[in-house]
Unconditional design. Structure first.
Lengths: 325, 364
């Protein structure tokens, strides 16, 4: 019988889904993903999670709960570090323990540690552990791992070519996510689970596109560029996601093709309180149009929409003025 | 060069001792007050945790006293404290403060980086002197912690309310006043004598373990003097973390034996939390289990609003409480915290603990 593995559509799903899916499928498992976030998912999460957690974690709880009774294992890796000498936010380090303690009636959890703090090569050993509950054939694991890495590389290349994860997941080689065509380009900077989950961010990408503007995100910026700009910080930032956000935001401010930056943060997000501050201060010094949006479970659509619209109007006006002068 | 540093409880006593021993001119910021916090909150990011806001306020107030160099600790994550110094510095720059910043970071490439940073503060003094200075500071930390432990034992048993706190501040003054290492042992003797003079009586007390984020546990202004409040309610408090233990764990790599260290908490936490989560999340979880094993009556977790590692622990503590029957309460502190709110909540909690204890004694 094939083993069913459930992957919650939350947190770093937006970066590693192709890798995880290819790996588990290569081992003969069936992979189920939860559907897009909805109000019901959020409400389920709110009931299970402590109030102080951030919105994406609450949503993630809802996704995990939605997999109960549907799969044999839920894949909730403990994402300690995905790059040497860097970390993910502390809540990711404790996520499996939080889930185990707060969500009842769970099937088996595959909660391996993904910790590449020392070296990237550790990934193989760690994923091998993820396979251990249902597959112990080393050849098969090695083959699946190779395929998974190749798929991850393809995915990353697609992102750097300008696609957004939702388009890049599919096999659509030429998708509509590529910038170009519109007059203005807005950079969307934020954690992937905030900017790519259209329920969490009240459909911000669609709204910007509807205003006839292009959207680029931090993930469209090639790694070396991020490194170069993040390297200007007085101290190396130890959060992988935060470092990517700051590096790309600094690059966007330097890039005349970008007309404005929208920073999306969740309420009470720890890393964002620091990196957002750095970005905002630099934006103010460089005079880049900048909007900071804070999201939580009480965010009202009208309030957010008004602010986005006002910002987009301002961006359009500013760049028209500068072409006139 | 006039060096200042942020407040965290009685940390200033050992830092001042260390720096002055080395002949470095030191400006101790005025004690943290509401004004410090409003100054900090006004300019800090809204969702930064409270220690950052208080640090910022401390630096702004110290600047008025002539400080021009900040001595800060660093870190390499994932707790945001590791980036405090840099963000605080950016904010101070934008506000027009002219500070130079020296951050004691774990070295990225080579130990020489770390030594060079120490040199920035100490100048040309020999390494032997530097080590002596650190030792002097550490001895003061031990002395201060000893006094605080005594105070926590005395408070619920004192006959005249407030006498312990009066004695404690007098005793701390003795320690702070010792200028040279050779003055310290007699000062400790005098301080102990002061504490010994507090009249007490033998009464039954409730024992509570205080766990949580280090800054809110150690800084009375940040936790609204919770230790004093609990003491007056007849509670004997123990903290999961003391300054000298922290120094031993982080600066001396646990070299000094016979002290409680973070490895103890790591072991106790393992049924509930199996990985470090930055900050003191693991210590909080482990501390709760540890106090349960010692037969304490309750555990209080205290954290600054938005503290990520503590939120992980906070999520897991209810499960621990269910499993063991250990009462746990989480208190969150930020610039909106009010004294009366805290008082009410801990009174209710202590009432519950007392009731539970009484029932246990009856049924026994």
């Amino acid at each position: 019988m094939t083993v069913k593995i459930g992957i919650p559509r939350s947190l770093l799903f937006y970066y590693y889904y192709p890798l995880w899916k290819t790996f588990f499928e290569g081992l003969g498992a069936e992979v189920t993903v939860t559907g897009p976030s909805t109000k019901a998912v959020l409400e389920e999460g709110l009931g299970l999670c402590v109030d102080e957690a951030c919105l994406p974690v609450k949503v993630a709880f809802g996704h995990v709960a939605a997999l109960r009774g549907k799969v044999d294992f839920i894949f909730v890796p403990r994402l300690v570090s995905v790059f040497p000498r860097e970390y993910i936010c502390p809540k990711f380090l404790g996520f499996p323990d939080m889930v185990r303690s707060c969500v009842g009636g769970l099937p088996g959890l595959i909660d391996i540690n993904i910790n590449l703090y020392r070296r990237e090569k550790d990934l193989y050993r760690q994923l091998r552990e993820a396979a251990s509950p249902f597959c112990r054939n080393p050849l098969r694991i090695a083959a699946a791992f190779g395929e998974a890495l190749a798929e991850h590389r393809r995915f990353t290349e697609r992102l750097e070519a300008g696609m957004l994860p939702d388009d890049a997941f599919g096999d659509r080689e030429v998708a509509g996510g590529k910038p170009g065509g519109e007059n203005w380009t807005v950079a969307l900077v934020g954690h992937p689970y905030n900017i790519y989950d259209s329920f969490i961010n009240l459909n911000i990408i669609k709204r910007i596109r509807e205003a006839r503007m292009n959207v680029v995100t931090a993930d469209n910026v090639p790694g070396p560029v991020v490194d170069r700009y993040a390297g200007t910080l007085s101290k190396r930032l130890f959060w992988t996601l935060g470092r990517r956000m700051v590096g790309s935001a600094y690059y966007f401010m330097d890039n005349p093709a970008i007309d404005g930056i929208i920073h999306v943060a969740s309420f009470a997000c720890g890393p964002d309180s620091m990196t957002g501050e750095l970005i905002q201060r630099r934006a103010r010094r460089t005079g880049t149009p900048f909007l900071s949006l804070t999201l939580d479970e009480h965010a009202g659509e009208a309030g957010i929409v008004t602010r986005i619209e006002a910002f987009l109007d301002m961006v359009a006006m500013k760049s028209e003025l500068s072409t006139l002068s | 060069m006039k060096v200042t540093f942020p407040h965290m409880g009685n940390l200033w006593i050992c830092l001042e001792a260390m720096l002055e021993y080395l002949g470095v001119e030191t400006v101790v910021p005025p004690p943290s007050t509401k004004k410090t916090l409003s100054l900090g909150s006004k300019h800090a990011p809204e969702f930064a945790c409270m220690p950052l806001k208080l640090n910022l306020g401390n630096f702004m107030e110290a600047s008025d006293l002539g400080a021009d160099t900040i001595l800060m600790a660093g870190g390499c994550g994932p707790c945001r404290f590791g980036y405090y110094a840099q963000v605080e510095y950016e904010i101070l720059c934008d506000l027009g403060y002219r500070y130079s910043l020296v951050v004691m970071e774990p070295p990225e490439r080579h130990i020489s980086e770390f030594l060079a940073r120490i040199r920035q503060i100490t100048g040309n003094r020999s390494w032997l002197e530097v080590i002596r200075g650190i030792k002097f500071g550490y001895q003061k930390a031990r002395a201060v912690d000893g006094l605080e432990m005594t105070a926590m034992r005395l408070r619920p048993r004192e006959i005249d309310p407030g006498s312990t706190d009066a004695a404690l501040s007098a005793a701390l003054e003795e320690i702070a006043g010792a200028r040279r290492p050779e003055d310290l042992p007699p000062a400790i003797g005098r301080a102990r004598e002061i504490m010994g003079g507090v009249p007490v009586e033998d009464r039954p007390v409730i024992r509570v373990g205080l766990v949580g984020e280090i800054y809110t546990v150690l800084e009375p202004f940040a936790n609204l003097e919770i230790e004093k409040k609990l003491g007056r309610l007849g509670v004997e408090v123990d903290r999961s973390i003391y300054l000298s233990e922290w120094i031993n764990d982080h600066l001396f790599m646990g070299l000094i034996r016979g002290m409680r260290s973070s490895s103890l908490y790591k072991k106790s936490a393992s049924p509930y939390l199996r990985h470090f989560v930055g900050g003191h999340g693991l210590e909080t979880m482990g501390g709760a289990v540890y106090y349960n094993s010692l037969g304490y009556d309750g555990v209080i977790q205290i954290l600054p609003f938005t503290c990520m590692p503590e939120i992980v622990a906070q999520s897991i503590l209810p499960g621990f409480s269910r499993d063991t029957g250990m009462p746990v309460i989480t208190l969150i502190s930020d610039e909106q915290s009010g004294d009366a709110g805290l008082q009410t909540r801990i009174e209710a909690f202590v009432d519950l603990l007392a009731e539970k204890k009484r029932r246990k004694e009856w049924s026994a």
